[in-house]
Write a protein that binds this ligand. Structure first.
Ligand code: ADP
Ligand code: GN1
Ligand code: MG
Length: 370
């Protein structure tokens, strides 16, 4: 996708129903997919009002209108529950700001899709765990999110990315990328390619069980990394689950697993020194406890038993996706340096290997919580 120009931002800002007078805008956050901006406005009483403005990634989300239907459907459903529970709907769910024409998005002159949200104030998104308790609280929140959506009419949700966590299909796509090798990069990453090929059983595991109807499909978030949740600065509890682009029917174990691969790592997702990258078992235990509690008894025994497999599968899948993108020329994930996707892939594979070494410990932790 082309870079966002100043004129494009200006046009988008002018077409949403924002309160107050425009002060400034700046790029915001560390998401890999959308182009996110913080907007600052000022009310007549000189109070600062902040918004999030995003250019949706149309290459990835090819049906942005359907995607926004999902987001509005889910956020208005959550809003009702939050009000019933005496919570604060302005901070506990995303709130979509309508465009001036009343739609939930704006299409600019170049055909790009934009959306806007209230900024969730007095809360922070973390790119790495700072305090273990924060990770526990994020687990409770992601578990709660799944519990709150347990009765959401799943049939009304559009599948925003088909086969998003179908790891078997991801494996096939990866093999094709290796065969095509459009950038001529395969030879230099032979070791990483072999790492994937040796684990076809991991790729097939959940897909096969799903096809055999042995796992419940639930409404899940599907992108549960730590920086997709806002932690309240005062209480340090998870206040708002964000990045709802991939809310779709999915597996509870995958929501669990995606959080582990990102948050239970002792290093950043793109750390280049692999000696720093491990899967921390204390964090794994904390998250497991919080997630099971947050799901509020909704998980079956089998789902709980399969949580370690969710961690391994999501980490493996994510590493394979980074490697696929590296082989295909970095067209999917935003990169900020050459080889960025390869660095990311290597941390994920280091984590998978570490989980394999600690498999009995992980199973033991879950057995204790059952
Ligand atoms: P991406 O799909 O690119 O990850 P996100 O929707 O996760 O996009 O947004 C990127 C970042 O922007 C988040 O990690 C968070 O830091 C920030 N952000 C997004 N929405 C809000 C919001 N409503 N209030 C405050 N910060 C937000
Ligand atoms: C992307 O959108 P963001 O940055 O929260 C990706 C996830 C990956 C993650 C890896 C829609 O998440 O699936 O796990 O990067 N989102 C999409 O950090 O592909
Ligand atoms: Mg995000």
């Amino acid at each position: 996708m082309s870079r966002v120009s100043a004129e494009q931002i200006k046009e988008a800002i002018g077409n949403f129903d924002f309160q107050g007078t425009y002060v400034e805008d700046m790029p915001w956050g560390n998401g890999h997919i959308n182009d996110t901006f913080l907007l600052v406005f000022e009310s007549e009483e000189k109070k600062t009002i902040r918004y999030i403005l995003q250019r949706m990634n149309k290459n990835i989300f090819t049906k942005p209108v359907e995607l926004m239907e999902n987001v509005v459907g889910v956020t208005s459903y959550l809003r009702k529950i939050i009000i019933e529970n005496g919570g604060d709907p302005a901070r506990e769910t995303l709130n979509v700001i309508p465009a001036k024409d009343g739609k939930n998005y704006y299409v600019d002159a170049t055909g790009e899709y934009w959306r806007a949200y209230d900024f969730v104030e007095d809360a922070t998104c973390f790119d790495q765990v700072e305090k273990p308790e924060d990770f526990y609280e994020s687990a409770v929140s992601f578990g709660n999110f799944q519990r709150l959506l347990a009765d959401y009419p799943a049939e009304t949700l559009h599948e925003t990315i088909v086969n998003f966590h179908n790891t078997k299909v991801r494996f096939a796509t990866f093999k094709k990328a290796v065969e095509e090798d459009v950038m001529g990069r395969a030879a230099e990453v032979a070791e990483e390619i072999q790492f994937v090929l040796d684990r076809e059983d991991v790729a097939n595991y959940f897909t096969d069980l799903l096809e055999a109807n042995e796992l419940p499909l639930r409404v899940t978030h599907n992108d549960t990394k730590l920086n997709n949740i806002m932690m309240d600065n005062a209480t340090r509890k998870g206040i708002c689950v964000i990045d709802l682009d991939t809310v779709m029917p999915g597996l509870a174990m995958n929501d669990f697993g995606d959080s582990i691969r990102f948050g239970a790592s002792t290093a950043a997702e793109d750390e280049q020194d692999l000696d720093k990258v491990w899967c921390d078992m204390d964090l794994f235990e904390l998250y497991s406890k919080g997630f099971i509690e947050g799901c509020g008894g909704k998980l079956t025994q089998k789902e709980i038993e399969l949580l370690p497999m969710g961690a391994k599968t999501m980490t493996f899948e994510c590493g394979m996706r980074f490697l696929t993108d590296y082989l295909q020329g970095d067209t999917y994930f935003k990169i900020h340096r050459p080889g960025h996707n390869l660095d990311r892939c290597r941390t994920q594979f280091k984590l998978v290997a570490d989980m394999e070494a600690k498999w009995d410990v992980m199973q033991g932790i879950i057995a204790k919580l059952l």
